[in-house]
Design a binder for this molecule. Structure first.
Ligand SMILES: Cc1ncc(COP(=O)(O)O)c(C=O)c1O
Length: 391
């Protein structure tokens, strides 16, 4: 396939990774690489910015939750879940019961299924209805041996946002740990973690926070409750041959991704300057426009007509979703994401696992791009319709 010219491209795959980045982001990366990393331990020292501290401070402020050292950097959201899930379960004796949902991504489902396969846990997957997991359904899934629930805040396929307040309160009433995967919500909607009844919140740097791939992390409310499942150099307490238990060293090993963290701090500063309320509002307005324009087309199926995130999931009857994505990219320069979006159970529930086309917008998506995309999809759908009626 020919490469799409970026200036002619309408990039609507921001739920996978955002593009473009605000100019401040590449500028921060360049700046971070302009000087060597100095100083003792792993800090940047006095010669330049301490990008790690800068990013930690930015996260604690942005999400309204501290202390700063409870914000941990990892490679991405998936890496964070692979640290947190066994970390929360480590202190629990014997096999226990864990809950997740059918809306979740493979970054949650696969670590849990691996643990189930090893006999460490039994797993209940709570279904969703109209893109929402009801707190009552979670309540009904609780057993005397339930110790942990892991679920996504926002669906990467349906764009729905779950009621973390209600679910978290139920779980905590039953003494159950709650890990929330915020990969799709961080940066898209306001998240006031200070008031969230969660034990850990996972974020990724490269989506709506406008950082780069290979950055992410988690917030942990009470680090004492979670075991460190990795060990290595921290630049501190080096005579100790066991992992230091102070924060953040308990969970952070090896050399940080300094340019990535410089990018993350710059990305968060950009989101702050745009404002999450304004970002959420614009996303909702543009998404509603696309849905309103397409919902009455006879051969277009839209899977959630009221998303809270700027995501539209659809299919054209009589066409494979991969073909629709290919035509949109090739003929119109519209970059979508097709297939299962790493969320197989969502698709199983929607249409037996056939997958769909996903458009995902960002703050940089223009109204004109939405209009062109709507017309492109209409045209593809009409062509499919006429070839269907001729067949
Ligand atoms: C809901 C959800 N969780 C987790 C991930 C994984 O994010 P990362 O690429 O940071 O590991 C994604 C994105 O791909 C996602 O949409």
């Amino acid at each position: 396939m020919e490469e799409t010219n970026p200036s002619a491209m309408i990039y609507l795959n921001n739920a996978a990774t955002s593009w473009p980045k605000p100019p401040e982001v590449p500028a921060a990366i360049s700046e971070s690489l302009a000087r060597p990393i100095f100083g003792s331990g792993r800090t940047a020292g006095s010669q330049g910015e301490d990008y790690v501290a800068l990013a930690r401070e930015a996260l604690a402020r942005f999400f309204g939750a501290g202390p700063e050292e409870n914000w941990i950097f990892t490679h991405n959201a998936t890496d964070s879940l692979n640290i947190l899930i066994p970390g929360f379960l480590a202190g629990i004796e014997g096999p226990c019961h864990v809950i997740t949902t059918a809306l979740d991504h493979n970054s949650v489902l696969r670590p849990l299924h691996e643990l189930e396969k090893q006999g460490c846990i039994s797993l209940t997957i709570v279904p969703f209805e109209n893109a929402i997991v009801s707190p009552d359904a979670v309540l009904n899934a609780i057993r005397p041996d339930t110790r942990l629930m892991v679920m996504s805040h926002g669906s990467n396929v349906l764009g729905s946002v779950q009621d973390i307040q209600a679910i978290g309160k139920i779980l905590h009433r039953h003494g159950i740990y709650f890990i929330v995967d915020g990969a799709q919500t961080a940066g898209h909607i306001p998240v006031d973690l200070g008031n969230f009844p969660v034990d850990a919140y996972v974020f990724t740097g490269h989506k709506a926070l406008f950082g780069v791939p290979g950055t992410g992390g988690f917030y942990i409310r009470d680090p004492e409750r979670v075991a460190s499942v990795r060990s290595g150099g921290t630049g501190t307490d080096s005579f100790s041959l066991l992992q230091p238990q102070e924060m953040p060293e308990k969970f952070e090993i090896g050399t940080h991704n300094y340019p990535g963290l410089a990018a993350l701090a710059a990305g968060i500063a950009f989101v702050n300057s745009a404002g999450t309320d304004a970002i959420a509002e614009k996303g909702e307005r543009q998404t509603s426009y696309i849905i309103q324009e397409l919902r009455n087309e006879p051969n277009i199926v839209i899977y959630n007509e009221t998303p809270h995130l700027p995501i539209v999931a659809f299919n054209i009857r009589g066409m494979e979703n991969d073909d629709v994505g290919f035509i949109l990219a090739r003929a119109y320069g519209v970059i979508s994401r097709t297939g299962l979006h790493c969320a197989p159970l969502v698709h199983q529930a929607l249409n037996g696992g056939k997958g769909c086309v996903r458009l995902s917008l960002s703050w940089f998506t223009t109204d004109e791009e939405c209009r062109i995309t709507v017309n492109a999809i209409r045209e593809v759908a009409h062509n499919a319709d006429s070839s269907l009626s001729q067949a």
